[in-house]
Design a protein around this ligand. Structure first.
Ligand code: HSE
Length: 397
């Protein structure tokens, strides 16, 4: 099987590397050798092992009948969408790691692949090297998935772990994550939560079979988390984690991405460093946990190559994925119920007036008061908290 790789960045070069490292095993499992015929990239890579296979025009791949499988590791929606669509319409199978593309155009590309009796697979788009897309589509297909709660961004999990364990500054932790190849080209997507927001939209689409738009999900990142918040979390025996959650409520779903305080006995509390953890609850399965390397060159490339092998084994057979273009209307997050940890510069009398009796938290921080609330809707919390001077608030898991 001759394949083409579009985008020779961190993940694309990782795909070439994985195909080399595990060449024999991959050939055995795919049923034939898998060979990279083209690498598409606008940049030159003098001296690199793929120098002689570099091309700059995607139509070279479209027009080559010898290429049966294409890997897309360019990132971003355009021009990746145009290129992928052209490949599927030319009868080529496509594997991608590009969550922006999958979250935005996934349903349409799945339909186009089905119409052309090929496959569009995207295991690497969520959870890096952790299998989660295939398990949801195949192994857990007998279940109604009622809840997914995940640490879905390796960069921010790495940063929060460093900040908590080593007292590292936010900027230093981010630089470190970028050097290790975890972060997006523009790390705003990581630290503002847009990356896990796209990922939970993909997972929710997979479980409900309809299009969940990530723009409809309330999303907060970790930029407001300070060392003082971490000090309070430790005093409470908690860790702060950026969670992406999706819960089935009636016929719809309630989704949110935000930092949460997790007690030590929470299933995701021990997920540190660049690891991702995904907790899934099904109506007949009960609970399951998926855990592993959530970002980085080789783990993500491993998931892409696994899709390539699956597609070599499924030539001329479309693997059904239940994700239509019909939109799923999500519930308003303001109606969901949560407990909050709150830091305020207001006096306790004002806190009493706004929230009634609360549980105070002491972490030896001067000039402020901290407390946790009872369970209340997000909307009710917003209205109550507007009556006090807020320093920060974090949801409790
Ligand atoms: N920037 C992403 C992360 C890469 O840190 O999780 C993997 O999707």
């Amino acid at each position: 099987m001759k394949i083409a790789v579009m985008g020779y960045g961190t993940i694309g070069s990782g795909v070439v590397e994985v195909l080399n490292i595990n060449q024999e095993k991959i050939a055995k499992r795919a049923g034939e050798p898998v060979e990279v015929k083209y690498v598409l990239d606008l940049r030159d890579f003098p001296g690199s092992p793929i120098e002689d296979r570099l091309i700059k025009d995607y139509m070279t791949i479209v027009n080559d009948p010898e290429v049966g499988v294409v890997v897309e590791t360019m990132g971003g929606v355009e021009p990746a969408y145009t290129f992928v669509k052209a490949m599927l319409e030319a009868g080529k199978q496509v594997a991608t790691s590009n969550k922006n593309l999958v979250a935005t155009k996934g349903a349409e590309l799945i339909r186009i692949a089905r119409e052309h009796n090929v496959n569009f697979l995207f295991e690497a788009s969520v959870g890096g090297g952790i299998p989660i897309i295939r398990p949801l589509n195949k192994c857990l297909t007998a279940d109604e998935i009622e809840q997914i709660t995940g640490i879905l961004n390796g960069t921010t999990n790495y940063m929060l772990t460093k900040m908590s364990e080593e007292g590292t500054e936010f900027s230093e932790a981010l630089r470190d994550a970028q050097e290790k190849g975890y972060a997006e080209k523009d790390p705003t997507a990581d630290v503002e939560g847009f990356d896990p927001c796209r990922k939970i939209a993909i997972l929710t689409s997979m479980v409900c079979g309809k299009q969940v738009d990530f723009e409809d999900i309330h999303c907060e990142g970790i930029t407001k988390i300070t060392p003082i918040d971490i000090k309070y979390a430790k005093a409470m025996g908690c860790s702060i984690k950026l969670l992406a959650t999706s819960k089935k409520v009636g016929e719809s779903y309630s989704c949110i991405v935000a930092p949460f305080m997790l007690p030590k006995d929470h299933a995701l509390c021990g997920v540190g460093d660049v690891f991702n953890g995904i907790f899934v609850h099904g109506n007949v399965l009960g609970d399951a946990m998926f855990y592993g390397s959530g970002a980085g060159k080789l783990p993500t490339a491993s998931a892409v190559v696994a899709d390539v092998v699956d597609m070599v084994k499924h030539q001329h057979t479309n693997i059904y994925i239940d994700w239509s273009e019909e939109k799923m209307e999500l519930l308003d997050y303001r109606d969901s119920q949560t407990k909050f940890f709150v830091r305020t510069s207001s006096y306790p009398a004002a806190v009493l007036d706004a929230f009634g009796h609360v549980n105070y938290v002491d972490a030896d921080v001067e000039g402020e008061t901290a407390f946790t609330t009872e369970l209340m809707t997000e909307g009710e919390f917003e209205s109550r908290v507007s009556k006090i001077e807020l320093i920060n608030r974090i949801r409790l898991a």
